[in-house]
Design a protein around this ligand. Structure first.
Ligand code: URA
Length: 307
């Protein structure tokens, strides 16, 4: 018996059967084989009324004088175990001689949830978890300070972002930059990303399965950044983060909490919407001020209070 087979059996708590003598000739071995034709004693017992005593469990055949040179029957090892031991597969060269179950969907989120920045970015760049990978130029991961106190979350890359590989670089992005500068925040000081990492064709709304496929990435980015405040821009990002179907007009203007860490979240209008409806800029400015005051009042990461 090969060493590897012995290890398999040992790991299962089974003492392998080993011949104590060199193998006898085939003829003699045949003469000493235990014939498995007799009905199992237990099955016979089940046919009888239960009051009758059961027969002895195993009838050991009387030794055959002609087989004296053959190994004695090894009564320590039940026959079915000895048979099973002989069925251990030949070494196929593989570590495992059986198929592993394919990973279940929830395992993907758990795996992503343990990634560091490098692994996460590489995973997003190569992601093909939804159909958008077929039409995008490239995945758009996120930019900025990876320990930022402010994290901005938009909807999905548009044409410019898809081309350049960076979120909020088109006209809407320029307006967002201006809004943040009005608060004294430069782009490099904050972390910016989107709910979706790939551009939907013709900027259509994201589909539920696309949001679902991308969600673990955003969740992990938020965990890794550990921001003091989240600013969600637009209906889609806000509804997704808050798991709400209220419209943006109802969700903006107050402080929500996100996730187990209860990170303060303020929602505002999407800058692309503000470009079309400039009169709403006043409300967006109010939202940014609310976010700023919330940020100043929030405990510093690590538990200290800002002065
Ligand atoms: N709109 C978004 O929501 N995100 C971008 O990155 C660009 C436009």
């Amino acid at each position: 018996m090969k060493e590897r087979q012995r290890q398999y059996l040992h790991a299962m708590g089974i003492q392998p059967w080993e011949p104590r003598y060199p193998p006898a000739s085939t003829e003699r071995a045949a003469a000493t084989d235990v014939t498995p034709e007799a009905p199992a004693p237990q099955a016979a017992a089940e046919d009888k009324p239960s009051s009758e005593p059961s027969p002895p469990v195993a009838a050991v055949p009387a030794p055959d004088p002609a087989a004296r040179e053959s190994p004695p029957a090894d009564t320590d090892i039940p026959q079915e175990y000895a048979d099973w031991a002989m069925m251990v597969p030949e070494d196929s060269g593989n570590e495992l001689d059986f198929e592993l179950e394919p990973p279940r969907p929830e395992d993907r989120s758990a795996r992503i949830g343990r990634m560091d920045w490098g692994a996460l970015e590489a995973e997003v760049k190569d992601c093909n978890a939804c159909e958008l990978h077929r039409t995008r130029t490239q995945a758009v991961f996120g930019v900025g300070q990876r320990q930022a106190a402010w994290m901005i979350i938009g909807e999905a890359p548009g044409a410019d972002e898809d081309r350049l590989g960076e979120p909020f670089v088109g006209r809407a992005g320029k307006l967002l930059d201006a809004m943040l500068l009005a608060l004294g925040l430069r782009r490099e000081q904050i972390y910016i990303t989107n709910v979706l990492k790939s551009r939907p064709p013709k900027n259509r709304d994201p589909k539920p399965e696309e949001m679902q496929a991308c969600w673990p990435y955003l969740q992990r980015q938020i965990e890794l950044v550990g921001p003091k405040i989240l600013l969600s821009v637009g209906r889609i990002a806000t509804q997704t983060l808050l798991r709400s179907d209220l419209n943006i007009g109802r969700l903006r203007g107050r402080v929500h909490r996100f996730g187990a860490a209860a990170i303060p979240l303020v929602a505002t209008y999407h800058p692309a919407y503000l470009l079309r409806s400039p009169l709403q800029k006043r409300k967006a400015w109010e939202d940014l001020q609310l976010a700023y005051h919330t940020f100043v009042a929030a405990p510093r990461r690590g538990g200290d209070i800002d002065s």
